[in-house]
Design a protein around this ligand. Sequence first.
Ligand SMILES: [Zn+2]
Length: 404
Amino acid sequence: MNFKIIGLVIFAVTFLYELLLAFLDWSSKDNPTPENVRDVYDGEKYKKWLSYHGETCAADLVNTVAGFVIYLALLGFDVLPKIAPSGNVYLAAIEVLLFVLTLDALTGGVYGYVNSMVIDEKYGFNKRTVKTFLVDQLKSYLISVVLTVGLVCLFILIYEALGDWTLLLFSGIMAAILLGISALYPFFSKIYNKFTPLPDGELREKLTALLTKNGYTVREIQVMDGSRRDSRANAYFSGFGKTKTIVLYDTLIDTMTPDEIVAVFAHELGHGLHKDTLKNAPIAVLQVVFIVVAIWLTVRTGAIYPDFGFAGVNYGFAYVLASVIELPLIMPLFSLVSNAVTRRAEYRADAHAVEEGYGKELVSALKKLSGDSLSNLAPSPLLVKLYYSHPTLSQRIAAIERAM
Ligand SMILES: [Zn+2]
């Protein structure tokens, strides 16, 4: 049994799956727009959507193919063993990781540049300067290097000391880190954005009234400078429990009426009341545990390494195999389940906004959000099942109108 051949075959299969998704996305341009969302785009805007959609699909396709070709070459021609000659397990792992993370940052940077600074710029979405873009890329690169190198070294330390018990201990550590990161999200978001309190007025009063009515204490309502990067609007809750911070993008305040913003928040509140973030946690933890199991199995199976040109076990390479080959094989199953769960949660959250009496405003807010961001109004049903975390705009409006 040659692990290299098996690995490359699996890699090719996951690549074909990515191509299928790309094809489904691209071909949705031929789907008829559902009746209840035809007023989102007029003739002019529909043409704009068509060309925007075509260009983003092309960029995604090039990125997918380039990623496949690069890793096929790296793995096929045994490039990684040549750049990691160290005898020390830690150094050898770090050499592989630094090489791969830097390569990912470069290819991801080029893709991000084309997406944001070229395509989004052309359609008026992009508000980043080249400097903001580069600084963002650098911050993300440093965070990924520190996290990945740190965690892989911790894994080596524990594995060399405890052997198979690592599986339990490290899964626990990873799950704790995962939950910690979501708890620390407000802190992380400050690395990228500035927050200011929402001034007193109609919007503040209405939001506070909605929350107190539902038994929530609002710690702070903050406005985030989303317009520094992008013209598209958004809003979210952050923090845990009954004391929450509301974050509104400044772009949301600029484009929507106070009632539409409150409607968006009544939806978010629906998520809060149903504890939807908490319900997603087990799936996220399961995913993390799977990655740990994949790395553990790869580290344990010593015969893998000579097949890929290594003299012995390389923990950095185990991470590469787990993230590039093993995870993409199982990921579609995870997304199938987790997306079905989140799509149901979206309907429930919309229903809550209707209960609060904001059904009509939610429909107009959703239409504005979709129209302003040139969303796909008629994605292929198979793509929605496989890939979409939210129901389509048409499906949501139909459900909201039934509930009203
Ligand atoms: Zn939602």
